[in-house]
Design a protein around this ligand. Structure first.
Ligand SMILES: [Zn+2]
Length: 483
């Protein structure tokens, strides 16, 4: 029997505020355990939470980008449960009146666009973290409460995805948007993006949903895909055997590449939600929303389409360049300057996609560091030298490397290092004669009819000229010499 896979995702995104959600504690990553805490986030007697306005505005911005309806009235609730990483025994969250609902996100899979519904986006505070010692025999665990009270946004999707690939595309797109908005780094390794996945199967053509399991502990996009593929197979096998699926929470075991049962799933009533008495409800008016809308950047998908029409770049180039806002901001500034100065736009995009990315990867640096050392106008001046054929195109990496380390302009580097392309017949002739003399076998091949052998000779001349010879000119002269 064929089954249809039904997937819904719950994503937690940590908002990039300087301080926590209800107190002034710092949120920096990597601080010593239990040093970023205070009576409020520890829930000591007599304290009162005060909401961080920035966290609320970041969340509003995110919900607007996800096409959500924004509630005009919202409140916080206490969600009660016991866990060693939650000293208050309750978490401040949002229950029945989240600040936003009914949005959507359009994703692209295999060139097709699909709309995934967003049930709701709400705000809550994070809990602390348990640290389990590496040694197997150890009899204890440690608690780090630095994360307690960090602002978290929970984004709940509708069960609209039908394959691990669609789930992957959804997460990728979500992350991209959050990073464009600047509301979160969405770094799974640092835990600023976390994902739980719900999966169920139903016989093809049937309407009602099957029993779902929830998978936790998904620490990378790759694991999300793997865990979902595994879980779909596991459920299908059970159903084939006529067995029942139990509604439960399962953990992804990354070493064994299986999901395993953690606990049966709690219902909302188990948490004894009630309105948080220490926080006033919030009213969201049109004026506030309009102010936030003004701070929204152009979102990735819209930007891609615009770049393709405005600068004539390819779909592929647009996709690569828009993955990070900082990269396309830089490239677009360079493209605008290039247009003003009549420099070929392709020279600029080729530089970014080639030598610029190479430097970033090789030096393992942030893009911002590159932009500080090589501002857009300097990149355009290098593109201009390429247009004028002052240097051989393969030399662009060498020049850019030097621009990055020394901060000098392309022109100065080319002059100082004598990197100008050599097209002068008198300079090239002696090298060509030498190469012909030393490669008699290749010359014989060429003369024997193997015309492609000439490229090996061109390569030799290029090497002998330290990459500076004009390849077209070299080929032309060689052809003449070989008769
Ligand atoms: Zn605190």
């Amino acid at each position: 029997m064929g089954y249809e896979i039904i997937i819904g995702l719950e994503v937690h995104v940590q908002l990039k505020t300087k301080s926590k959600m209800f107190c002034g504690c710092l949120t920096g990553f990597g601080a010593r355990q239990n040093t970023q805490v205070c009576p409020v986030c520890l829930g000591l007697p007599g304290v009162l939470p005060v909401i961080n306005k920035q966290s609320f505005e970041y969340a509003l911005k995110a919900a607007l980008a996800l096409n959500c309806q924004i509630a005009d009235f919202t409140k916080f609730d206490r969600k009660h449960y016991y866990y060693p990483d939650l000293p208050k025994n309750y978490q401040i969250s949002q229950y029945d009146i989240p600040f936003s609902h009914d949005g959507y996100l359009d994703i692209k899979v295999d060139g097709k666009t699909k709309r995934v519904g967003i049930t709701r986006v709400h705000l809550e505070e994070d809990a602390g973290k348990l640290i389990h010692p590496e040694e197997k025999e150890s009899q204890y665990s440690l608690v780090d409460l630095n994360r307690t009270g960090m602002p978290l946004m929970e984004i709940v999707s509708e069960p609209d995805m039908n394959s691990p690939e669609e789930a992957h595309a959804y997460l990728t797109s979500l992350k991209e948007i959050m990073r464009y908005l600047g509301v979160s780094d969405c770094d799974m390794e640092k835990g600023t993006l976390r994902c739980d996945a719900n999966l169920s199967l139903r016989p093809k053509g049937k309407k009602e949903l099957g029993v779902k399991s929830e998978i936790k502990n998904l620490n990378s996009f790759k694991f999300v895909s793997k865990a979902l593929a595994y879980e779909a197979k596991r459920q299908a096998e059970l159903l084939e055997k006529g067995e029942r699926i139990i509604q439960e929470t399962r953990l992804w075991d990354e070493a064994k590449e299986v999901t395993r049962s953690m606990r049966s799933k709690e219902g909302a009533h188990d948490y004894r939600y009630f309105p948080e008495p220490d926080l006033e409800p919030i009213r969201i008016d049109e004026k506030w929303l309009a102010d936030i809308r003004k701070t929204m950047p152009e979102l990735p998908e819209a930007r891609r389409s615009r770049l393709i029409t405005q600068y004539g770049i390819s779909n592929y180039e647009a996709n690569v360049l828009t993955q990070e806002k900082i990269i396309i901001d830089y490239t677009e500034q360079a493209l605008l300057k290039a247009k003003e100065q009549n420099v070929t736009l392709a020279s600029v995009t080729n530089l970014t996609l080639g030598p610029v990315f190479k430097i970033i990867n090789k030096q393992k640096i942030e893009f911002s560091e590159f932009t500080r050392k090589v501002p857009p106008e300097n990149l355009v001046s290098l593109a201009n030298e390429l247009d004028k054929k002052t240097i051989v195109s393969t030399m662009s990496g060498v020049v850019l490397d030097e621009m990055f380390t020394s901060g000098k302009t392309a022109r100065n580097i080319i002059k100082e290092k004598g990197l100008e392309q050599v097209s002068d017949k008198n300079a090239l002739e002696p090298i060509i004669e030498e190469v012909i003399k030393n490669n008699q076998k290749i010359v014989a091949d060429y003369k024997g009819g193997k015309k492609s052998a000439i490229m090996a000779l061109v390569g030799q001349v290029m090497r002998a000229s330290q990459g500076k010879a004009n390849p077209q000119k070299v080929k032309e002269l060689l052809t003449k010499h070989l008769g």
